[in-house]
Design a protein around this ligand. Sequence first.
Ligand code: DHB
Length: 396
Amino acid sequence: MAERTVVTTQVAILGAGPAGLMLSHLLAKSGIASTVVEIRSREEISETVRAGILEHGTVNMLVDSGVSDRVLRDGDRHDGIELRLKGESHRIDFKELVGESVWLYPQTDVFRDLAARREADGGDIRYSVTDTRLHDIEGKPKVWFTGADGVDYELRADFIAGADGSRSQCRLQIPEAHRKWYFHKYPFAWFGILAEAPRSSDELIYANSENGFALISQRTPTVQRMYFQCDPDENVAEWNDDRIWETFRSRVNGNGFTLKEGPVIDKMVLKFRSFVHTPMRHGNLFLAGDAAHTVPPTGAKGLNLAIHDVKMLFEGLDSYYSRGSTELLDSYSSRALDRVWKAQQFSYWMTSMLHTPAYADGFSRARQLGELNSVVSSRHGQAYLAEAYTGWPGAA
Ligand code: DHB
């Protein structure tokens, strides 16, 4: 077999999504070397439509660590959301309730900012690699891969960060006896669209209705992002614009509110699941972001959680390299999982409170309205939602 070209670094990072790039950026600022390998191309990542809400802690990390302050200029600060039930809107005023806000700034822009910063700083990011294989994660780890240049590499590192997304190859390297997986399936999915239309509302609308859930979000003054609850096996080809808008109308219009419509320029079905891999470390492999956990999209926690993992992992690696201490690396998994389970609870709660399964009986539906009412009619209920949505206090 041909010799592999050896590359040596301190931290090998699998995955150049926001988690992998943010980790590489923070490490570089502390003088710690990393190489990022990614099977997708840069174009593919930057063109994938993903969620759009950033917690204030995520925004602070982007700005304070010097990635970019574009989010403050091009993003929109949202001080609240609207919950719509029985055709009536109830505003949850984040600013007033918990003193915080979120930013509407699509994940693709977060990726573009991070990729541009790493490039400007001379970061070693290798897109479009193939045949990645991990070795010796319990000892001196190595990653084998074939570069976009066709060369076979052996990347040697002290640690591997597995930030390779929900179909993570890294987590499969952890022996079954050393891991536990938690799953939850949901009986629905989201039908997501991008439409050329003006904004219907300044803030996001989360609508619960007799006909199912809908979410009205935004992208730009002329392009809007919206979702409605659908069957997990829904076929997008069977949905023309008329049928899509009719579905939205039946879920959000009423009491003086009319959605602004326009041509649908993109449509997709987003599957739901809750998943957690524990622990988030095995030997010298650390998992971060979707590689270790997936949340259903209601409440937009996925990216924020990934950035939080990265902050914790960075602190562990930084204290190891600067002081020789393994304490924060040893506690990484349990510290990260604290927030992961809070976000799992919040995403599950928002999902089950706002969506109605097709088989829901009269009791479940009436109980659900009781639950929604207990949130919108109480300052404490509203504050619980506001605190979780904007991001719990304490780091990122
Ligand atoms: C968006 C996605 C979400 O899952 C959410 O809860 C709010 C907004 C979005 O894509 O804009």
